[in-house]
Design a binder for this molecule. Structure first.
Ligand code: NAP
Length: 286
């Protein structure tokens, strides 16, 4: 008699979640590697987080991605925190078995791989501005600092939050924090990373345009089938190049997949398979 073995269960949890492209990406990875997996997006609010994670494990779930706004809160429900998640104080991946839940963070490696490998942007000695101080910023700060930029400034709408985030790396003299409204027109940035959630919540841009010069490369962690508002605003204000976060999304997903199944998917064809038009992923100043 043929025994039916159900596919391993994975998923992504967040609030909101309808924008998530992770199910399509993981499906493509599984097809590429000939694996049988089931990966779904779940809308999980803060008060459902604990029960959802334990229930998912009880039903045999093997791994979860964690997206906004749960990247820090979810730390409470893991047994082991891998070093890069500990440095970030935030997780985007849970590796689950009957005995333990391990938390990790692949956001940083996702961004670095996209900038360095896919876009050939060196980070060494660069002056970097990060807008936003939420879960994504926590994940990318330590990997960015390891690339030895000249300095990193984290500017957040709520200045106190930027200071809390950067205080975790107190000994690093090249790191500073301020409010977005405290940005100074004398400061020059080679790379500006939008790590606010304005792309998801469809809010308007409230950043001062003087942060951009004609040599600035802008990177929006948000992603969309069209150029994002931040990308358009960046090139309208004469940025050299504006990139959106599809590459980071795919690279962080591949790193999570590898943690779960010990096989690294090839990411080079995924953008095309998702029907993402290269001209909407990147805008260049005319
Ligand atoms: P989060 O923890 O909810 O943080 C949101 C951040 O946005 C906070 O710093 C918040 O500032 C700021 N913010 C919200 N509305 C704002 C406004 N109107 N003006 C200025 N700042 C505003 O979210 P997250 O997890 O860090 O995610 C941030 C973004 O990164 C999301 O769009 C997410 O989809 C994206 N992301 C993409 C990838 C990828 O792979 N491409 C990976 C991770 C995250 P306050 O502190 O003042 O509230």
């Amino acid at each position: 008699m043929v025994q039916l073995i159900s596919a391993d269960q994975y998923g992504v949890i967040g609030d909101p979640i309808s924008h998530s492209q992770s199910p399509s990406i993981h499906k493509l990875f599984a097809q590429q590697l000939g694996h049988s997996i089931d990966y779904k997006a779940y809308h999980v609010s803060e008060n459902q987080l604990e029960s959802f994670i334990y229930e998912f494990r009880k039903k045999g779930g093997r791994g979860l991605n964690i997206t906004l706004p749960h990247k820090t809160t979810a730390l409470k429900y893991v047994d082991i925190i891998n070093p890069r998640a500990k440095e970030a104080d935030a997780i985007n991946t849970l590796i689950i078995d009957e005995e333990k839940i391990i938390g990790d963070n692949t956001d940083g490696i996702g961004l670095i791989n996209d900038l360095e490998i896919n876009f050939n942007q060196s980070l060494k000695n660069k002056r970097i501005l990060i807008l936003g101080a939420g879960g994504a910023t926590l994940g990318i700060l330590s990997p960015l600092l390891k690339r030895e930029p000249k300095n990193i400034l984290v500017a957040n709408r709520t200045a106190s939050k930027a200071k809390i985030v950067t205080s975790k790396f107190k000994s690093n003299f090249s790191l500073d924090a301020c409010g977005i409204n405290e940005l100074d027109s004398e400061q020059i940035f080679d790379i500006i990373i939008n790590a606010t959630s304005i792309g998801i919540t469809k809010q308007s841009i409230n950043f001062p345009s003087f942060i951009i010069t004609e040599n600035t490369v802008c990177y929006d962690l948000s992603y969309s089938y069209e150029p994002t508002l931040f990308m358009r605003w960046s090139v309208e204000n004469k940025a050299k190049l504006a990139i959106q976060g599809w590459g980071m999304l795919i690279e962080q997903a591949a790193a999570s997949y590898c943690l779960w199944r010990d096989k690294k998917p090839n990411t080079s064809s995924i953008l095309k398979q998702l029907n993402i038009n290269a001209s909407s992923q990147v805008l260049r100043r005319l």
